[in-house]
Design a protein around this ligand. Sequence first.
Ligand code: NDP
Length: 288
Amino acid sequence: MSARIIDGKAIAEKVRGEVKEGVAAFVAKYGRAPGLDVLLVGEHAPSIVYTRNKEKAALEVGIRGRLHRLPETTTQAQLLEQIAALSADPSVDGILIQLPLPKHIDERTVLLAIPPEKDVDGFHPVNVGRLSTGQDALVPCTPLGSLRLLDEAGVNLKGANAIVIGRSNIVGKPMAQLLLGRDATVTIAHSRTADLPALCRTMDVVVAAVGRAEMVKADWIKPGAAVIDVGINRIESADGKGRLVGDVAYAECKEVAGSITPVPGGVGPMTIAMLLQNTLTAAHARSR
Ligand code: NDP
């Protein structure tokens, strides 16, 4: 039987609708819109598109979105100054630094400069620590969106065996924490994991965040398992334009899985939707 396809586009639309309503209620209560400030340093072409999309998505739900474009030559000290100004500005609820930064700027130093309560990407060690100790935290958008997809698909996480393939700080580790927080029994796999296919076959929930095109095959999947594909990989196509695929061999895995996300149209659209949700969450937390 073919799996239920988890429609990330539709669910992201639903989240944006919820945020829009939440923003209207926030404005009615506090007399101001939540503010999201996105900082982009340099001319990295995909980052220009991503940051414009973030600003646009914010404005669409009533968030005061603002994109700051800084030249490639911006020094670390200048960037830190800008962050300090936004940190001190009460109308700013969320500060997002678009990565990657130019090589002369130390990413870790810059991310530490964002006050944890405005860290809508959830990368600050304080938010990482809060998440891992089960406290309210701003959680990285992609894993937060992946969890929402599992919830929308009605996947039972309590007591489920879940594997997260990938241990990055922005996806794999926070995803594992979220699943643990929902009472799943969690395995984190990585490039040194022994016999990953056999391990994976025992799992009720599979989250793939690897960056390897179609690595997870149908015979890795336990029949009926829920499969969340975070991967975005561009591969060659017959027309020479290339096409996007995930870390999961979608066509074959959907014949075995119980539910599965496509690429594109799965996790991808959730990321910006969760950024908007995080901005509203941050605004509420700061207004208490
Ligand atoms: P990273 O490159 O930071 O991490 C990849 C992880 O995969 C590492 O932990 C690595 O292990 C592990 N890995 C690599 N090869 C293997 C292998 N053969 N078997 C098992 N594990 C392996 O990637 P990210 O976490 O940043 O991103 C992962 C994917 O998700 C990418 O395709 C990225 O484009 C996509 N992505 C999608 C987003 C979205 O909005 N949908 C947002 C963010 C990312 P080790 O630690 O041992 O090296």
